[in-house]
Design a protein around this ligand. Structure first.
Ligand code: NAD
Length: 335
């Protein structure tokens, strides 16, 4: 099938081309992000293949449908950037790659927790500058600390398993309980209890209207002073301006982000020769107790292999008219 691949980076091309020999699709790679301005590139392509910061709002989907596209193949698990209702109305099929490597994201989450706690980035810069002082590098032992996991799906569950190995007390909040987590000793509690009792809070639920800005000023006020907040899920789960106020007051003691609500125009690009215009991100970068990575939690060889293979198989299923287990339908919307 003729596929327009948007937001292509060299690594996307490498992995998709390597595995495409088994599928034989006609992949045409575009570096551009899919937006209202760039969607004309997809004219006459039956499928478009997109990533997390491509915009699939109703205008873009209508234009794609008018121009002959009938399949949207996401190279991601999250699909908050797709207007699923409009896609359904237009008869567009949307497929994704659920759980391509939950270990990648879970391990990165724990890397952020450890680096923040033991001030690894500060220590690294200090030592390189010949400064061997320990002032300001004091950490705490994770053993015995309470970690609140918001969302115990594929990723949250692995975070629970890893932190169980550290000897943490694990609390979780999720509308559906996971039996493996329960047998590990994870205690499902109300959001209120999780927020008020946790030393570390880590977010692993999807971005949906119900979870948009779930971490806001009122919720932060219920947290422990000095709490560590980690978000490797989706940026808009957090109201960033409220988090900045909480960092200034000391209410939040540590912040680890792999995602940012306004990341679309920034992340995945080398902007090192430009002036960053986003004052909120610029303020975040001034705090010594904040670590930000640029949506790299997924970025492992294993994950790229799985993304490429599953995406190509999803496209083949659609082409052959076979049911595809990775199709996003109304059922997922209701969850
Ligand atoms: P999943 O669907 O397996 O699990 C999500 C869990 O969240 C489910 O158990 C669900 O019941 C729960 N949930 C739903 N609404 C909730 C709410 N209001 N409060 C608490 N829990 C709620 O998803 P996953 O594979 O574990 O991925 C989680 C998120 O991680 C994705 O939605 C995606 O946004 C993000 N992600 C980020 C990266 C990255 O590179 N940073 C990579 C992959 C996925």
């Amino acid at each position: 099938m003729k596929v327009a691949v948007f937001s292509t980076k060299p690594f996307d091309r490498e992995f998709l081309e390597r595995h495409n020999s088994a599928y034989g699709h006609n992949l045409v790679f575009f570096e551009e992000r899919l937006t209202e301005q760039s969607c004309a590139l997809a004219i006459s392509f039956r499928a478009v293949c997109v990533f997390v910061n491509d915009q699939l709002n109703s205008k873009v989907l209508t234009e794609l449908s008018k121009n002959g596209t009938s399949l949207i193949a996401l190279r991601s698990a999250g699909f908050n950037n797709v207007d699923i209702v409009t896609a359904g109305e237009l008869g567009l099929t949307v497929v994704r790659v659920p759980g391509y490597s939950p270990y990648a994201v879970a391990e990165h989450t724990v890397a952020l927790i450890m680096a923040l706690n033991r001030r690894i980035c500060r220590a690294h810069y200090r030592i390189r500058d010949g400064n061997f002082s320990l002032e300001g590098l004091l950490g705490f032992e994770l053993h015995g600390r309470t970690v609140g996991i918001v969302g115990t799906g594929r990723i949250g569950k692995i975070v629970a398993k890893i932190l169980n190995g550290f000897g943490c007390l694990l609390l979780a909040a999720d509308p559906s309980r996971d039996s493996e987590c329960e047998s590990l000793g994870v205690k499902y509690v109300s959001f209120d209890e999780l927020y008020s009792k946790s030393d570390v809070i880590t977010l692993h639920c999807p971005l949906m209207p119900q979870t948009d800005h779930m971490i806001n000023a009122e919720v932060i006020s219920r947290m422990k002073t000095g709490v560590m907040l980690i978000n490797t899920s989706r940026g808009a789960l957090i109201d960033t301006k409220s988090v900045i106020e909480a960092l200034k007051s000391g209410k939040i003691g540590y912040l680890g982000l792999d995602v940012y609500e306004e990341e679309a125009d920034l992340f995945f690009e080398d902007l090192s020769n430009q002036i960053i215009q986003d004052d909120v991100l610029a303020r975040l970068l001034t705090f010594p107790n904040v670590i930000i990575t640029g949506h790299q939690a997924f970025f492992t060889r294993n994950a790229l292999e799985n993304i490429a293979k599953t995406t190509l198989a999803n496209i083949t299923d659609f082409e052959k008219g076979r049911p595809c287990a990775n199709e996003i339908n109304g059922e997922i919307m209701m969850r």
